[in-house]
Design a protein around this ligand. Structure first.
Ligand code: FMN
Length: 297
């Protein structure tokens, strides 16, 4: 996957230093790639001061459609921390959307931004599904409502709860105690008043899936998801994770089939997106944390 141009190479050895798998050997007259195991992370190419290293299968240009791309790397420290943290704290889960359509180019750019996240062994085994229109989001909402209607009909049945407890633990009982009432009310509003308590009226959505055969599929998908959430805010969009849909898809064969998911592909996040109808005046507050400082002997 890696090629070193002999004519350009100055044998500085930086590629060998940064390679996670130590695949390079700096010889008197040339730099050789002497071992297998390249995961195409591209560190060698990125560090080379004379652009002598090429990595196949990796696109440097991500071809964003809604903003111009900067491909020069920022050095550590070369960004305003206060602005970054302000962006992070200004992103809130949006539960009030305008009905304006989100251009497909913006949604595609968000997916590309997702792919800039780290992934275990650089597997990048994530996939992204875009629901570009409100009607697509509503259809997924209807499928999800169907799942919860069925779950609630089981949960409200004391015999079913008892049998479930005996054979499968108390998950259904816990669901009944903690969620049944609010889900029932949300279903009523969905059916009778066309109030969307699930997607909050979002105009579009992105689903992030991963391959369970990858080394860290959940982490990969959720890191990509966080990139998308932050970028959405930067691009003027509101976003909200919809865990209720993730849960439903994981448990419902019918939903998996409708979304074309199966085999080793698993859904990790559902991101509702749209232009926010409400803007906030203050950044997010959080509980204070006291980190544990550990000096290991
Ligand atoms: C895994 C996960 C699942 C979530 N699922 C939902 C959901 O189904 N519906 C919803 O309105 N918010 C959902 N949220 C949003 C959280 O409620 C929200 O992140 C939290 O209250 C903090 O608020 P903030 O995102 O505005 O900072 C979810 C968040 C996470 C991380």
């Amino acid at each position: 996957m890696v090629r070193v141009d002999k004519e350009l190479c100055s044998r500085c050895g930086l590629c060998a230093k940064v390679c996670p798998h130590k695949l390079f050997e700096v010889r008197a007259k040339e730099v050789l790639v002497t071992a297998d195991g390249c995961m195409a992370c591209g560190h060698c190419r990125a560090v080379c001061p004379v652009s002598a290293v090429q990595v196949t299968d990796v696109a440097d240009v991500l071809s964003f459609q809604t903003f111009s791309e900067r491909t020069e790397s920022m050095a550590p420290g070369d960004f305003e921390t206060d602005r970054l943290v302000q962006l992070m704290r200004s992103r809130r889960s949006c539960r009030n959307y305008r009905q304006d359509v989100v251009d497909i180019e913006i949604l595609e750019d968000l997916v590309r931004i997702g792919t800039t996240a780290p992934s275990g062994t650089n597997s990048q085994s994530w996939q992204y599904t875009i629901l570009p229109r409100r009607k697509d989001v509503k259809s997924l909402g209807e499928l999800t409502a169907g799942y919860y209607r069925e779950l609630n009909s089981q949960a409200r049945n004391p015999v079913y709860r008892l049998l479930a407890k005996i054979f499968a633990g108390d998950a259904l009982g816990k669901y009944y105690r903690e969620y049944y009432d609010s889900v029932q009310e949300a279903l009523r509003q969905w059916d009778e008043e066309q109030v969307d308590r699930l997607f909050h009226g979002a105009a579009a959505a992105i689903l992030v899936t991963g391959e369970t055969t990858a080394s860290c599929p959940a982490e990969d998908a959720l890191l990509a998801t966080q990139n998308i959430l932050l970028a959405a805010h930067a691009m003027g969009l509101g976003s909200c994770l919809i865990g209720f849909v993730v849960e439903a898809v994981r448990r419902s064969q019918k939903m998996k089939k409708a979304l074309g998911l199966g085999g080793t592909t698993r859904l990790y996040s559902v991101i509702a997106l749209g232009y926010p109808a409400i803007t906030y005046q203050h950044v997010a507050g959080r509980r204070r944390v006291q980190p544990r400082i550990l000096h290991l002997a």
